[in-house]
Ligand binder design. Sequence first.
Ligand SMILES: Nc1ncnc2c1ncn2[C@@H]1O[C@H](COP(=O)(O)OP(=O)(O)OP(=O)(O)O)[C@@H](O)[C@H]1O
Ligand SMILES: [Mg+2]
Length: 233
Amino acid sequence: MLQVEQIHTYYGDSHVLHGISLSVEKGSLAVLLGRNGMGKTTTIRSIIGFTAPRTGKIRFQGKEIQHLPSYKIAKLGIGLSPQGRGIFPNLTVKENLTVAARGSSADGWTLEKIYELFPRLRERSASMGGNLSGGEQQMLSIGRALMTNPDLLLLDEPSEGLSPIMVQEVMAIISRLKAEGLSMLMVEQNIAMAMGVADRVYILSKGQVVFAGTPNELRANDEVKSQYLGMNH
Ligand SMILES: Nc1ncnc2c1ncn2[C@@H]1O[C@H](COP(=O)(O)OP(=O)(O)OP(=O)(O)O)[C@@H](O)[C@H]1O
Ligand SMILES: [Mg+2]
């Protein structure tokens, strides 16, 4: 579904990504872990084209996209739920969802299907986005990204700032999307939770991939866990 090959990304003169490579298989969930400021969001921004890599290749469904503007990348079928959720606070829940809707096949996402996946959003459909709880805003952010009918969904820290119970609810939704065959790349700081749903895990440190493997391989690697994730066991 997605292949990132040796990308180098800069903010001005600041060289942030130093040859990142990763891939997302069709129908799988890949997770990016790493401490603050290690380049996780910059990797997501590189894929969606907000901060295009200066060198390296990004292939989506076999097609090179690293040189395309982000609206074209989105149109090819990549959806984003950004860090901080990025919903419109002064639009209602329903408006936030419908503004993202894109003409699509009959089996695509509709407002009704989003409300089936997130019953709380149906209950709150007339509420302003800014008046929702953190968990509801996260659901709205994911729902809005789904309304674009992505083949690949990028999720940047969906559990950030949520209560433990909401984290579980959001993760259950992500598991369900995976079971339905959606391909996803998710950035997370909640390691235990991310390991529970991931097919493949990448750890970033200082703009480089320092570990790539399955959750079980990471569980067995005490050195990597303590050095890059600050875990003691
Ligand atoms: N717009 C920007 N201009 C300049 N430098 C930036 C910009 N955004 C991020 N950086 C720098 O790039 C590096 C990687 O940042 P990035 O946001 O990708 O990290 P992250 O892994 O997502 O961190 P967090 O877990 O805090 O979200 C950091 O050193 C950060 O200060
Ligand atoms: Mg980030």
